[in-house]
Ligand binder design. Sequence first.
Ligand SMILES: NC(=O)c1ccc[n+]([C@@H]2O[C@H](COP(=O)([O-])OP(=O)(O)OC[C@H]3O[C@@H](n4cnc5c(N)ncnc54)[C@H](OP(=O)(O)O)[C@@H]3O)[C@@H](O)[C@H]2O)c1
Length: 433
Amino acid sequence: MSGSVGVALLGAGNIGSGVIAALVRSAGRYAARVGRPLEVRHVLVRDMLRPRPGVASGLITGDLGVILEDAETRIVIELMGGEEPARAYIERCLRAGRHVVTANKEVMAKAGGELLQIAHEHGVRLLYEASVGGGIPIIAPLSRDLLANEVTAVTAIINGTTNYMLTAMAQQGADYEDVLAEAQALGYAEPDPTADVEGIDASFKLAVLCGLAFNVAVAPEQIARQGISGIAAVDIAYAEQLGYVIKLLARARLVDGEVEATVQPTLVPVEEPLAKVDGVLNAVQIEGDLVGRVVFEGPGAGPGPTASSVLADVLDAAQDVVAGRAPLAFVPRRTVRVRPPEEHRSRYYLRITVQDRPGVLARIAQALGDAQISIASFIQYEVEGAEGTAELVFTTHHADGGALRGAIGVIEAMDVVQEIGNVLPMAGEEAAR
Ligand SMILES: NC(=O)c1ccc[n+]([C@@H]2O[C@H](COP(=O)([O-])OP(=O)(O)OC[C@H]3O[C@@H](n4cnc5c(N)ncnc54)[C@H](OP(=O)(O)O)[C@@H]3O)[C@@H](O)[C@H]2O)c1
């Protein structure tokens, strides 16, 4: 074995080039920390002809086989993104006895359990700190520092694009389309923003967190998901009057041995720590039986913060290589029932546009009462420029999602109801079932 620890990168884009730059810049410090220098031996890319400042051309390859044939490469850093071929490449590296570090939330959400099992069978590590929350340490604290706890709930803001947009809507009183255009101009939103604004990205990250926090396998498609494109400026204004802010919350709870997992715009009480997480910041709140509540907050994306997490994993794996340490024990993930949204209990915010006529309120209250849903508060607003139309805003006490859905169906069918403007869950003290 040579005197260095060989490293290969799969991908040298936004994050990969940041990782390479840090490996060069901090080489001395990392060598002191590991006990041997880290040596970048290969960089796999798609376009081999593109100039790559800071990367010696001899390192560039388009063939994973070159990396797998090099016995000196002990750690592979996957920074390609997307499901395939990234998943297959990670599997091949693990089967070939290489430690793998990845920032890939999609692969870890869809195939994490299986890949961790393969890593265990081959005596290597699969590390993925950067896959959730960018620069925020959350995977390692869940895997180590909080291990003595039974974790009962994870509540997180894990998509910077949508948090930036909701914050801008609240601060400017602006509508969704305007802040989306602004976020795209600033580079905070992709030209196709679907994965962010529809909560897909957050559902991948929540699936990863469920795997760790509860040691259960939750597939992204089992997570009830609603994006932010239906949030209007009035919802944010009404929420503020009620003492709440609207956040795209990723929430998972373990209730009676079953999992509830949702990504939804949610009203969060202003005094909660997560209500104060603004702009592109991310935050993850964990509740455990011993620790109570802990909140991790920080930058959720960008080359610097993401490289910080990637390189922490690389240094960790490199220390194992040098010490000849075997990976820790592995506990396969449990499969438990994931509850459908009809069974989730929550408080709700309802905005309903109606004809401003006597008796309308009583009919809506009756429909909610018939479904065993009790109203916690109610405000009526006039709709500017629409004579004879009113907007009714209700908050409810805890109710079953299924009961609420039934009541909304009844209300929507009423001749005096023009539109169900929005139905959103409210965070706060959770229901005891
Ligand atoms: N951007 C962030 O702030 C952030 C934060 C946290 C986690 N992440 C995760 O980090 C990973 C990388 O993100 P990024 O923003 O750096 O992506 P990116 O800028 O699009 O870079 C992707 C790199 O992978 C290479 N690549 C893609 N498909 C390939 C293939 N089939 N074969 C060989 N090479 C391939 C590309 O090669 P070419 O250069 O030749 O195109 C490029 O170098 C993703 O999993 C992402 O989710 C990103």
